[in-house]
Design a protein around this ligand. Sequence first.
Ligand code: EPU
Length: 424
Amino acid sequence: MHSFVIQGRKPLKGTIPVFGAKNHALKVLPGALLMPGEVRIENVPAIADVIHLERIIQDLGVDIQTKGRRRILNVPKKIRTILSPELSPKIRASVVLLGPVLARMGKVVVPHPGGCSLGRRPIDLFISAFTQMGARVKNVDEKYVFTTNGARLTGAHITFPRVSVTGTETVLLAATLAQGRTVIYNAAMEPEIPALAHWLNRAGACISGAGTPTIVVDGVKSLRPTPVRIIPDRIEAGSFAILAAATHSNLTITHCNPEHIAVPLRILQDMGVKMVIKKTAIHITHVPRVLTPMDIFTHEFPGFPTDLQAPMTVLLTQARGMSKVTECLFEGRLLFTDKLKKMGANITVLGDHSALIQGETPLIGKRVESPDIRAGLAFVVAALIANGETQIDNAAMIDRGYESLEHRLQAIGASIQRISYERT
Ligand code: EPU
């Protein structure tokens, strides 16, 4: 197993690039299954979740060639319909394959998907949507068997009782090949969704409204193989902006789309951070000695993303006064604050969904373990500002979402090393 060992309080300076978006790549790869033939995907991040999903897709009979950040998928006319029972339960995004495989083959067997332990992560919204689209669903031994009895899925009016990112994407993908019109109400609006729809439309789909709460899809008989480029990872960009603020660094974050993180950037500015925002770059130019405390609510896009809550909580330990964080999406996402408290933070957790942070408090290096991708990154931010050495175990969690993080941080002056250790 790997850990990161970080010596804190080193001055950071320079440029840090943002790579392709994890949560776009994890939907485009399944989406390619809708297009028999050769599909080229550019700017794919080399992260563990993507590599894992690629293995699941290869197991369905798809050939994948990797050339740096380019993937060339050769999607056969017939694909297997049973998702690997060993690989699929390990990542949440495996459930997205349900849409394309069912739409193409009329059958799919999906193990219950796993992923970060952020609290309850059911798939009831998927089951109800596909039932409305004409599929039959049986739940046998932790697996779901979806069938259409050889017919195409049928378009339906689907109202999500709560906003679901992968739910919206999975239904959107399947609806492109359904018979008739599908309308998705209360759809998620994350930037990865219009990006997905734009590509599918270029491939011959008929989608309007992606990026708004109502998406209309008129099903077509087939899609043609169409190349696509993964958009920049907005969570990486936001994480690096927070990291710059926490370490009081002049950093330039490149290859990003600042429009996708307008709310987090606005909050950083309200805290006192000065920045110059360009079309594809953010220059953090000045961080004041005293940062203003904030009241943060996580919210679906365009609100403050839950995936930036943990690093932002670390930053708020450095603001002078009382801040409050309300995590509206996942009940497990404040648990990491226990370990942050061991590093010296003054945090009072109020139930599953909110925490009070009294700052500013110096942090001290400790040995901690990364519980999920984003809390892992938060510990990296904490370690960079802490006095002394921090060891973050279970670096594999961070590798799931951030490609070669240590090299990018070393390039801006951080003291971060990857080491191997035996779990006791
Ligand atoms: N939900 C249900 N039933 C369902 C599906 C979801 O109750 O069938 C609930 C969830 O339990 C949660 C809420 O709906 O309380 C929202 O979950 P959503 O479905 O939107 O989350 P997701 O699609 O599983 C994606 C990202 C997450 C990100 C969330 C919220 C991917 C692969 N994952 O998850 O990313 O936190 O949207 O923006 O796109 C990460 O990148 O670290 C990560 C966890």
